[in-house]
Design a protein around this ligand. Sequence first.
Ligand code: G3P
Ligand code: CA
Length: 276
Amino acid sequence: MTHARQHLTRVVAHRGASEDAPEHTLAAYRKAIEDGADALECDVRLTADGHLVCVHDRRVNRTSNGRGAVSALELSDLAALDFGSWKSRDAAGGPRVEEPDWEHRPEDREATSVLTLERLLELVADAGRRVELAIETKHPTRWAGQVEERLLVLLKRFGLDAPASREDSPVRVMSFSARSLYRVRAASPTMPTVYLMQFVTPRLRDGRLPEGVDIAGPSIRILRSHPAYIERLKRTGRQVHVWTVNEPADVDLCVGLGVDAIITNRPRAVLDRLGR
Ligand code: G3P
Ligand code: CA
């Protein structure tokens, strides 16, 4: 008897296990690896002195005890900040009320310091199992190619800049900017690229993606409102990586539509839902 090969839906930890631990910190990525995530998602930005750091917002105000734009601060300025305590601040003092499901050990300052992409790559290299990386370039147009250039230089140090094939690469680059992905494709033709979409614009409706892009990265809202669009993408052989999927019903929707990667703040809960 022959068995069809089971479709593996990858579980990608969005900003780390960011429901449990402060996003984009070593604490969140260590937790995601412990939780069994297949891949880690991170946003990268350039500091004023040219380091790639994992920070989502343009400014550090929401996720640290400092203020200012990442692009105006040097790595040493960022290293002086605490990117962890906001996660457990009460409603009066901060944006969210959380009971963190991680042990905040003040002596482990690195766990909640600014995270460089280099340190995240070291963590992945030392994970003891395959852990993929989905790296998102943020506001790359401002830097006219420098984000992509520095990203590939850094990946090269870890032997990850020129994968043997797109299908088997442990790293992929994601962006809302088609231009950023085009630059990556030009510099590294075998690096998989994911085009992030908040809406299905008329240009994309027939299932085409911008030049230099392999993988579609729609928001979960697109799956809820336009499931036929996802079916069209799948019929044309595209991989579909969906963000940000935290609710059980949305996980089921992704599975039903044959999604290839679920990007989530709750990797353990999604793995449980998938029976893994
Ligand atoms: O994984 C894609 C998703 O992260 C895009 O949205 O705003 O969370 O970076 P954002
Ligand atoms: Ca992101």
